[in-house]
Each structure stands twice: as structure tokens, then as C-alpha cells.
Design a protein around this ligand. Sequence first.
Ligand SMILES: [Zn+2]
Ligand SMILES: [Zn+2]
Length: 299
Amino acid sequence: MVGDEVVGEAPTEPAPGVRPSGDGLEFSVLGSGSSGNCVLVRGGGATVLVDAGLSLKETRARMASLDLDADDLDAVFITHEHADHVAHAGVLGRNLDATVFLGDGTRDASARLFKGEEDVAPVFARTTIRVGGLKITAVKKPHDAAEPVAFLICGGDATLGIFTDLGHVDDMVADAISQCTLLVYEANHDPNLLARGPYPHSLKRRVGGALGHMSNEDAARGLARCLPSHLRSLVLAHLSSKNNHPTFVRDAFVRHLGEDCDFPRWISYQRRATPLFDGSGAIVRKPAVAEPAGEAVSA
Ligand SMILES: [Zn+2]
Ligand SMILES: [Zn+2]
């Protein structure tokens, strides 16, 4: 049941027939977690993905669940070369005729995925790329990859930030987050579950390190210090399937942001899309899929 995703107050659904203007931004987290990440953003006549961690078939299916056509994709922006973000970039680029944007370091580290037939273009930190009416800016972030970036995407009066795979919130990330009206943000693990969990010691150190992933507590505390006063929606993402649970995520964010935020807080899922949200944070459309049996956590 989609309504179970909300961890704050549910946003008001728009009245039937009321749709954002063509210039407005819409987004959905098509999937998030260590098995594959992909965020869909559309607006200003453009449709783009951030990351290509879902197969072509899954990308098509999850877009179709929101009544969207993957053949309408214009571009795919890649945050870094870890497989859960880049694995299907070449296939999506070739089959959907979408330009793949990625940093040179990311491209070198994932060269095996490309056959030379794709339309590939570079991204540089602090540089803005226009795709239709969307303006996409890369932001350098602390993570153990060759050239890791987050993205700010502006459309209409909304600015969406996509910040997962963060070792910590440094000053540059905090400054970028403070500009967002919509935020997809990592809450990766509970430290106690990570410590007791099945990962080998080296992986536990990597995940919990300053260039790995943020714990729920670190994520909530980091966001509290740069929380935009104009935030309209927060979607928590990249939850570990083995080392986290939505209850722990909720508790940490309530502790640091308070019980009564004036924006909705959602948790994204590994195996299905969130609703499609508009630039105000309201639901445009819910995915037309049944709840997978037994799924209790988002990744
Ligand atoms: Zn990842
Ligand atoms: Zn990563």
C-alpha cells in the first residue's frame, strides 16, 4: 500500500484534473538501494533519469507503472561508477536514444559498459546543463568513487536535490541542499544493525566510513544543520536492506527534525517506484502496481 511509505504527514493530493503546468517539475524515485538506483525527473518538455541502476526492462516497467513512456527519455545523468548507479547506462543510452551524461572519471571507471555507439557527454562539478526546460547542475560529494557527484535539478519554481551515496555532509553539499525545495536524501543504515550484520569487517568499515554511506543518525543530524526553510518534500533513499529498517529511519529524523515538519517525509523502495510528485511535493499519480508480498523495507 503506497500510503505506508509516508513517514510524516501525507501531502494533499491535487484535485482531479488539476495538473502542474508543462513548465513544472515532476519526479519519482523509480527504485533505490544497493541493488539499483534510478530517479525520474520531467518538466519543461524534457524527461531525464538520474542514475541507471535498473535494467532496461525494469526502467520501462516502472515508468509504465506511472503512465510514462521510457522512449520519451532525453538523457541519463550518472552520479558515480558504482554498479548500483551505472550498471545499465550503456544499455539505456543505446536502446532509448538518450544522452548519457557523466564525469570523465566516472566514464573511465565504467568504460566496459559502453560500446562507442552511445551519445555520451561530460558533466563537470558546478556546471549547469540544460535539457529542455530543466537545468541540471552537478555538485561534488564525499564518496569513495572516482568522481562522485550529486545533482540539483531546477524546473519551474522547484529545485530538486538528489543526494545519496554520501559519506558525510560537507560544506559544499550543505550549501547545495540548502537551496532545495525537494530532496531525495540518503539514510543508509543503523550503526548497530551494521555492526551486528552479515557484512565482512572491511565492508562494514567502508560503509560506515567518512567516504561511505551515512547512518540514519548522521543523515538526520547533517540535514538538520542545512535544512532548507522552503523544503516541500523529503524522500529518504538508499536504505540498506540488511542494515536498516524504516522505523529506525523515522525515529532518527523525528529526533533531529521534530515530529511536526511542515513538509511530507517519504521512504523510497528498492523494488517499486514512489508516486510521481509535482514541484509542490503533492502526488500527481501513484504507481499502478500491487504491493510486493512481504516487502517491509525500501532496500
Ligand atoms: Zn549506491
Ligand atoms: Zn556508491
